[in-house]
Every structure is written in C-alpha cells, then in structure tokens.
Write a protein that binds this ligand. Structure first.
Ligand SMILES: NC(=O)c1ccc[n+]([C@@H]2O[C@H](COP(=O)([O-])OP(=O)(O)OC[C@H]3O[C@@H](n4cnc5c(N)ncnc54)[C@H](OP(=O)(O)O)[C@@H]3O)[C@@H](O)[C@H]2O)c1
Length: 282
C-alpha cells in the first residue's frame, strides 16, 4: 500500500510522523528531520500542545503547503457545536495554516454528535479536506454515521502486534473507512522491541523490529504514524518499502494478538472519567 484514497477522493500518505509526547521545544527539529527524510504527513492534536511548532517546521522546510498532509484533533472539552468551531480556529491559528487536511474527533466521549456536525460544516466550507475520528469502537462509529450526513474518512485506533484490532479492521474495510494505527510500537510496552517472533523476522530481512511492525501494518492496509525524536529512528521508521513480509511471517505476527491494550482501555470507567473531563484550556 503506497498511497491511500479516502472515501471522498482525498489522497493520504501511508506513513506519517506522530508528535504525541514530543516536547514543544523538540517538535520543530523532529518535524524538520521527518520532512527532510521524506515524510509528508504529520499527526498532531490540540492536546499535544505542539501545533505551533509543527506549523513552524512545515514553513521552515520550504515545502509547498499542498505537499504536506496535516492531521490535527479536536479535544473532548470542545465538543459542543460552537466550541468546536472556535477550537478549530485556534488549531488553525496555532498551525499558521488556512486549512487542515484531516481533522479528527480525538475521543469517543461527550457530545461527539454536535462536534461531528461542526466538522461537517467546516469540511463543506473547504477548511478541512477530510474528517474522521479516533478511538471509536465499531458500534459508536456505526451509530455516528447512521445519524449524520458525512461518513468519517478515517478511524485512528491503537493498533500494534499485541492489540491488532482485527474486528475493527474488517468493519472499517467493509465501510470504506481508513484504519490508521496509533501507537504502532505499543509505546514500547511489553518488550515489543525484543519480542522473539519480531526479532527473528527482522533479522531475516536485515531490518529493525520497528520496520517489521510498520511493514506488517502496511500490508494489512493500515496507515501508520510512528513517533520518534531520534534522527536514526525517524529514518528507519520511514524505510519500510524495500522489503515484503511473507504470508508465513504475517501469520506469525498475527498470532501475537492479545486483543487488549497495554496502554489503556478507552471504555474503562476510570479512563472515561479521567480523559473525558481532562481540560486543555480555560
Ligand atoms: N488518537 C489518539 O488518541 C492517539 C494516541 C496515542 C498516539 N497517537 C498518535 O500516534 C503516534 C504514534 O504513537 P505513540 O507516539 O503514542 O507511540 P509509538 O509510536 O507506538 O511509540 C513511540 C515510542 O517508540 C520509540 N521508538 C520509535 N521508533 C523506534 C525505533 N525505530 N526503535 C526503537 N524505539 C522506537 C520512541 O522513542 P524515541 O522517541 O526516543 O525514539 C517512543 O518511546 C503519536 O505520536 C500520535 O501522533 C494518537
């Protein structure tokens, strides 16, 4: 999978650069490095507090605006209709852009129906090229697009060898919605980089475990947005098209699925309370 066509015809790169948990003081350099290596998609969010530095890096890179696919996300605090419109303007102004390529509802909590209608309006006004969601279960996603006009183009969900999201992948494929993986490396949990199945496959291709994971996701039709602040890893995570995993290797990785998150469960009560009420501004 080299490029992805979204359900409204917009083209999306298969590999992007995630900037979650990158300190704002390190963001510009990391994004500049990624753009230099060849990444043409950056994934940020209002709640990452580094949209400004992402925008600065894009401008400083000298690349034409239309050659970089920019994703940002609306936080739950701003899910009422008018709040969502205001929050979008804030993100745009932080980024220093006049449109966003992909704008996502960041969590499946709160008044996401009102928020979705605000996104539909912004999309119709040409200020967002495609709209989508993150961390939505199949059921919530199905309900959302049954009761609204525009079907989400993307669902960005935690996906890695220990939480493979096979049911979600099948549903999203059937509905023509792109499956995008967050935390492709499980944020380093559970010894993912020293897992014996993954290290063996990596050694046989002279690639890193990280590259094997990203290639495995790509061969499943999943868009990836790995994060790193290290130049060598930023490069390594981008070079995933010079090898191919066999069916047997795909099956061996498939068998690692534990079907649960080592990071957090979005439907856990404590998570719903904590994340659902987290404020990112006054
Ligand atoms: N929608 C959501 O709710 C949501 C949630 C989480 C993440 N995301 C998005 O998904 C992106 C990726 O997820 P993530 O940042 O949470 O986690 P991740 O990409 O799974 O893992 C990042 C960790 O892996 C390390 N790493 C990166 N490349 C490596 C390599 N080649 N070899 C060894 N270690 C490597 C990084 O360390 P170094 O930086 O030190 O290299 C960092 O500790 C985020 O940046 C964000 O854009 C979205």
């Amino acid at each position: 999978m080299r490029e992805v066509r979204l359900n409204n015809g917009v083209m999306m790169p298969p590999v992007g650069f995630g900037v979650y948990q990158i300190d704002k003081n390190e963001t510009k350099a990391a994004v500049l490095e990624a753009l230099e290596v060849g990444y043409r998609m950056i994934d940020t969010a209002a709640s990452y507090f580094n949209e400004r530095e992402v925008g600065e890096a894009i401008r400083e890179s000298g690349l034409p605006r239309e050659s970089v696919f920019v994703t940002s996300k609306l936080w739950v605090q701003d899910y009422e209709y008018d709040d969502a419109l205001r929050a979008f303007d804030r993100s745009l102004s932080e980024l220093g852009l006049d449109y966003i390529d992909l704008y996502l509802l960041h969590k499946p909590y709160g008044n996401y129906y009102a928020a979705w209608r605000a996104l539909e309006r912004l999309h119709k006004e040409g200020r967002i090229r495609a709209i989508g969601v993150t961390s939505f279960s199949n059921e919530r996603l199905q309900d959302l697009f049954l009761h609204n006009e525009i079907k989400p183009a993307v669902n960005q969900i935690e996906t890695h060898p220990f939480q493979q999201q096979k049911d979600a992948n099948a549903f999203l494929k059937a509905e023509g919605i792109v499956h995008e993986a967050w935390a492709p490396f499980a944020e380093g949990q559970k010894g993912i980089f020293t897992n014996s199945v993954l290290t063996e496959i990596a050694a046989s291709h002279c690639k890193s475990v990280a590259a094997v994971i990203l290639r495995w996701l790509n061969q499943r039709g999943v868009v990836v947005i790995p994060k790193s602040i290290r130049a060598d890893r930023i490069r390594e995570n981008f070079n995933i098209f010079d090898f191919r995993l066999s069916d047997a290797e795909m099956a061996a990785i498939s068998a690692l699925d534990e079907k649960k998150s080592p990071i957090y469960d979005d439907m856990d009560l404590a998570t719903v309370r904590a994340i659902g009420t987290y404020k990112i501004h006054d």
